[in-house]
Write a protein that binds this ligand. Structure first.
Ligand code: ADP
Ligand code: TRP
Length: 332
């Protein structure tokens, strides 16, 4: 059976981009593959979270994984830092990652632009740690959103380079995966780019948002004064709202509002109201489970302990083999 690995950084609550790009695929994949889903707390250290916040954000993400339907009996759910072998593999793989290729990564360049005061080496080698998460369990499929495609390409490069350097056929190639025809990119509510935690609260619909908050956020989403000519090309902010409708609403609803737009008869108030209601419905099962699971401390602990043990066994085997390949042997 093929192995699947994916993770989400523990920087806060999960939003609809995380859900449609990653989490909803995790849930479906667990019936068909050997799955490892982790919470990337080590990756979140690049932005220096306060120590007292780290554990609570990890806990939030675990709860949201479980609430979305990841079953700890079917999948291995674990916290990245509970399996420290990944840090050792990261050290080895850093020897085969070149400065030029790391500097050319789009996500690194974006971070340099948005956060020029914190261009640390962890940020530069972020894709190496991500590659190690995947290589650690020999995964071949990685459910992620469109923004992670380049990281997957780098993962293949690092794995192949290791194989070539040590003349082995050890690491497998992993590819981004989605049940949708294309990798998903969920737009944000601010009218520009993808939905992302770093764009602020108003840009995101969180899985834990109440129906009232979802309605408020959608009604306030950026739009314009409406089309003036039939079949006019939609500006980015409007196209984004239609793209959100594509993920949350039925195809009939989408084509109904598309027709109204093309006939210049669309009323954004009605359009947003429909979008908000469909989002409330789409998130409802997860939202109520979040509340339920938050109260069940024993279930959370048991799932994580079980997951950490299973992931550690897989990681320890890989590290024993990697040390052997590299030639690290004890002299005593
Ligand atoms: P954020 O971008 O909010 O910081 P992460 O980078 O932690 O979120 O993303 C975790 C997962 O969610 C990744 O697989 C990523 O591709 C996916 N993801 C995040 N935002 C989106 C989005 N707007 N559309 C599709 N997938 C997304
Ligand atoms: N880089 C991913 C993100 O920001 C999170 C991540 C870390 C990941 N390690 C991974 C995703 C391994 C898939 C596989 O979204």
């Amino acid at each position: 059976m093929e192995t699947v690995v994916s993770g989400i950084r523990s920087t806060g609550k999960l939003h609809l981009g995380n859900y449609y790009g990653a989490l909803s695929n995790f849930v479906k994949m667990q019936n068909d593959y050997n799955c490892f889903f982790f919470i990337a707390d080590l990756h979140s250290l690049t932005t220096h979270p306060a120590p007292q916040d780290l554990q609570s954000t990890v806990r939030n993400v675990v709860i949201e994984y479980l609430a979305a339907g990841i079953d700890p009996e079917k999948s291995t759910i674990y916290v990245q830092s509970d399996v420290p072998e990944v840090a050792e593999l990261y050290l080895y793989m850093n020897m085969n990652a070149y400065l030029g290729e790391l500097e050319r990564s789009t996500s690194f360049k974006d971070k340099v632009r948005s956060n020029p005061d914190n261009v640390n080496a962890g940020l530069l080698t972020y894709p190496v740690l991500m590659a190690c998460d995947i290589l650690l369990h020999h995964a071949t499929k990685v459910p992620v959103g469109k923004d992670q495609e380049q990281h997957l390409e780098m993962t293949r490069t690092f794995g192949n380079r290791f194989n070539h350097l040590y003349k082995v056929d050890y690491f497998k190639e992993a590819f981004a995966f989605s049940y949708a025809q294309k990798l998903v990119k969920v737009p944000g509510l601010s009218g520009q780019g993808k939905m992302g935690k770093s764009n602020g609260e108003a840009d995101c619909i969180y899985l834990s948002d109440t129906p009232e908050i979802i309605r408020k956020k959608i009604m306030r989403a950026v739009s314009d004064s409406g089309p003036t000519e039939p079949n006019q090309v939609k500006p980015e902010s409007i196209q984004n709202l239609f793209d959100l409708m594509k993920v949350a609403s039925s195809t009939d609803t989408l084509s109904h509002f598309d027709d109204l737009y093309n006939k210049c008869e669309i009323r954004y108030g009605d359009f947003k109201k429909q979008l908000a209601e469909d989002m409330v419905i789409a998130t409802d099962p997860v939202r109520s489970r979040i509340e339920e699971i938050s109260k069940d401390e024993e279930y959370i602990k048991k799932a994580l302990k079980f997951g950490a043990d299973k992931a550690s066994a897989s990681a320890q085997k890989t590290l024993r083999e990697v040390r052997e390949i590299i030639g690290i042997k004890k002299l005593f």
